[in-house]
Design a protein around this ligand. Structure first.
Ligand code: ZN
Length: 239
């Protein structure tokens, strides 16, 4: 199996809190960082609109980050939206009430995203993928689990005959620790940027501003983000 240079990374960047923290993490470690985003007709498509804003603001944070931040790629996957629609009409209520999964839930979505990302990384000569998957404070997606990511890494490396590494810096962090990591990486400028400009709400709402940012305040994603911010703020005040 051949190796690709290890100085570059491709970040799965949706414009949400987690992937923005991952982008900062990659900018602090790699000489060249590119980003990839997926448009599959998601309800929270507003998230995608924040990507360019966030990339520009991260580049402003340091000359090193500006020089490292490379191309952005967006991939449209309309087929994923069609599968999602099927799930919507058939299983919405069960999915939402039983497990808290949003009605845009598409089984195995992260495996698809990582496969597209690896195919692009292959062409771009990039060996490292960075994603915000997390199994500590997650919404119940089995494809966010570490075992799934490790198996996907193996499958992609074998299937493309390239030694890919998938970094998941948030895997074992709860949401409060994710805010802390952002603060370590970029200080209060970065946590403020994440509050103001990242989007997490599943319903795509940006109307109401809470301490932790914009959202509906009641969907599972908003509740997770709110609880994490509260814990982070409490710990900060206490120590
Ligand atoms: Zn929400």
């Amino acid at each position: 199996m051949s190796n690709l240079p290890g100085d570059s990374a491709l970040v799965l960047f949706s414009g949400g809190q987690d992937s923005t923290t991952c982008l900062a993490y990659a900018l602090a470690r790699f000489a060249r960082v590119e980003t990839i985003g997926f448009d599959y007709g998601q309800r929270h498509v507003v998230e995608l609109g924040q990507r360019a804003v966030l990339r520009a603001r991260l580049a402003e944070m340091s000359p090193a980050w500006r020089s490292r931040l490379g191309d952005d790629h967006t991939v449209a996957i309309p087929a994923l939206g069609e599968i999602s629609q099927t799930a919507l009409t058939r299983e919405t209520e069960i999915a939402f009430s039983a497990s808290g999964l949003p009605n845009t839930f598409v089984p195995g979505r992260n495996i698809l995203f990582l496969t597209f990302a690896a195919a692009l990384a292959y062409r771009r000569g990039i060996a490292t993928l960075v994603g915000g998957m997390c199994e500590t404070d997650y919404s119940g997606y089995p494809d966010c689990r570490d075992a799934t990511i490790r198996a996907t890494e193996t499958a992609l490396s074998l299937g493309m005959d390239r030694a890919f590494t998938i970094l998941t810096p948030l895997m074992w962090l709860d949401k409060a620790a994710t805010w802390r990591l952002a603060e370590e990486l970029g200080g209060e400028i970065l946590t403020r940027l994440i509050v103001e400009e990242t989007h997490t709400c599943y319903l795509g709402e940006r109307g109401k501003r809470f301490d932790w940012g914009y959202g509906c305040g009641v969907c599972p994603a908003c509740q997770l983000r709110a609880a994490g911010w509260e814990k982070f703020s409490r710990e900060k005040a206490g120590g």
